[in-house]
Design a protein around this ligand. Structure first.
Ligand SMILES: [Ca+2]
Ligand SMILES: [Ca+2]
Length: 202
């Protein structure tokens, strides 16, 4: 057995030991539950689209994204086929022209406040936006901070993101826009029972 084979065998053995320790430590495997949630929610959305008049081909072609929120990881018992515990709290559509801004953060200045992050001779100019480890961050139209962006100290870093929409817009899109099946939709769901349990425990 040559050196490469020995290293490969060592890596495989280490991987098996790591996986065995993972299982022995009883780390919960939530992947299956997440798959159940995705299947239940997606099936419900597709059924609603059929009721709204979408064809099967339109449903198949549509990009349906999910964002599922809960105070803690759901257990299998939280996944009800009738979706009774899951509330659709937001409907969003992808807007290729929507602005994504980078803003100066809590310190109010591009990059680190008081530092010439990009060494161009000017402290806190806009070219410092996004400096490494600074508090600068991105803001999209879905953020409550969007209307109050300090535009003189911020800039548009990208275009194309999800914006607020509603179910009526989704449901009627098929009859008014032949390209609707190419639109991207995102649905946000919240598990009411988990949120309630968490609130009661706090
Ligand atoms: Ca900053
Ligand atoms: Ca600078």
């Amino acid at each position: 057995m040559n050196r490469v084979q020995l290293v490969s065998l060592g890596l495989i053995t280490a991987g098996c030991v790591w996986r065995a320790l993972w299982i022995v430590a009883c780390v919960p495997d939530r992947t299956d539950t997440a798959d159940q949630v995705r299947k239940v929610v997606t099936t419900s959305i597709q059924q609603d689209l059929r009721v709204a008049g979408w064809s099967e081909s339109q449903i198949d072609a549509a990009e349906l994204s999910l964002l599922v929120r809960a105070a803690k990881s759901p257990a299998s018992s939280d996944v009800n086929p009738d979706l009774s515990n899951w509330n659709r709290t937001s409907v969003q559509r992808f807007d290729p022209e929507a602005e994504v801004w980078i803003v100066p953060g809590k310190d109010g200045q591009p990059g680190w406040a008081g530092w010439d992050d990009d060494q161009n001779g000017t402290v806190d100019d806009r070219s410092e936006l996004g400096a490494a480890w600074s508090d600068d961050h991105c803001v999209t139209p879905l953020s409550p901070d969007f209307p109050a962006i300090p535009r003189e100290r911020s800039r548009i870093i990208n275009r194309g993101t999800f914006v607020a929409s509603d179910w009526k817009t989704v449901a009627t899109a098929n009859s008014t826009d032949s390209q609707s099946s190419n639109l991207r939709w995102r649905f946000v769901y919240t598990n009411s029972s988990i949120e309630r349990d968490q609130a009661a425990a706090e």
